[in-house]
Design a protein around this ligand. Structure first.
Ligand SMILES: C[S@@+](CC[C@H](N)C(=O)[O-])C[C@H]1O[C@@H](n2cnc3c(N)ncnc32)[C@H](O)[C@@H]1O
Length: 301
């Protein structure tokens, strides 16, 4: 084996990394990962093999929600859960159902139901009810509000959530770092594109932010480090039971309800109601001078 230092391009790469600390951070994480996890296999094969195994183990006899399984895989994991013996299967996604999905559904004589909706939509999520097993991959980094999405996932999860996401490597010396992608420079985008093999798959991170109306969620919004993700899980009411890091950039967590009790969060409308109650029985002439009264109406609170 030829020593790294004598290999073609080694010194050119090292010189580039010295000039670009972000590149050094990302490629250094890649190098360390490969050194600590030597593997001949393809990362994507490992990832999908592991996901299929988890679903085949967890789905039999359980209700199953695939949240975000339309694009690219056309409900494959939802159909797999059904074939593995899930009692009720729902695929929930923001996209229009594709012809391919329609065809697959008929071919499989599937009982799976498709619900088109947005994971940000608290009312729609509340109406979904709970599922024993929830699978959600490739979704939270597409949102400006990933924590809100995790809290919505907590509402629908009874036993286990399998959460897959793109991550950033830990940032040396900074606990629980996250990167906000929209607004980064073209140079920084080029660095991400270099590490991720091109700009196309990751608008907003490795290429220009897509400003097409209604397509904000096609972009990458947050680069979340594994330590930040664990903490986000904790504070959205989950406890991590298993973790699979396939590369410095892709992780799957298996989590169950636990962690921080979500009763620390005031329900929406609660503080408004509290303020309304405070003034409900107060005669008008006893209201404080700052009360926002117009005619007979106390507008705020
Ligand atoms: C990158 S694809 C991931 C597909 C698949 N889960 C996988 O891991 O390969 C993201 C999927 O999530 C859906 N999605 C993204 N944001 C969503 C949201 N806020 N509500 C519902 N679905 C969403 C997209 O429509 C798309 O089908």
């Amino acid at each position: 084996m030829i020593p790294a230092r004598l290999r073609m391009g080694y010194w050119k790469r090292r010189w580039r990394e010295r000039r670009d600390p972000a590149l050094a951070w990302l490629t250094g994480a890649n190098r360390r990962f490969r050194k600590n996890h030597p593997s001949d296999g393809d990362m994507w094969d490992d990832l999908w093999t592991n996901r299929r195994r988890l679903i085949q183990e967890l789905a039999p006899g359980k209700s199953f929600l695939d949240l975000g399984g339309m694009y690219g895989i056309v409900g494959e994991m939802a159909f797999l859960a059904e074939q593995a013996g899930a009692t009720r299967v729902v695929l929930f996604d923001g996209m229009d159902p594709s012809d391919e999905f329609d065809e697959k559904h008929r071919r499989n004589e599937s009982r799976l139901r498709y619900i088109q909706g947005d994971l940000h939509d608290a009312d729609h999520i509340a109406s979904l009810g709970q599922f024993d097993i929830v699978w959600c991959a490739g979704v939270i980094y597409h949102s400006p509000n990933p924590l809100q999405q995790l809290m919505h996932l907590r509402h629908v999860t009874r036993e286990r959530l399998l959460l897959g996401t793109h991550v950033i490597p830990e940032v040396p010396g900074i606990e629980q770092a996250c990167v906000l992608y929209p607004g980064i420079s073209a140079e920084m985008q080029a660095t991400y594109a270099h590490v991720h093999g091109g700009a196309e798959r990751f608008p907003g991170m490795a290429g220009p932010f897509d400003t097409t109306p209604l397509l904000a969620y096609a972009n990458m919004w947050w680069g979340i480090s594994p330590s930040a993700l664990r903490s986000m899980m904790h504070y959205s009411g989950f406890e991590v039971t298993d973790e699979y890091l396939y590369s410095p950039f892709w992780i799957d967590l298996v989590v169950r309800p636990g962690g921080q009790s979500t009763d620390i969060y005031p329900a929406l409308g609660l503080v408004r109601e509290r303020a309304r109650q405070r003034f409900a029985d107060t005669p008008r002439d006893r209201l404080p001078t700052w009360a926002d009264v117009e005619g007979d109406e106390i507008r705020s609170p």
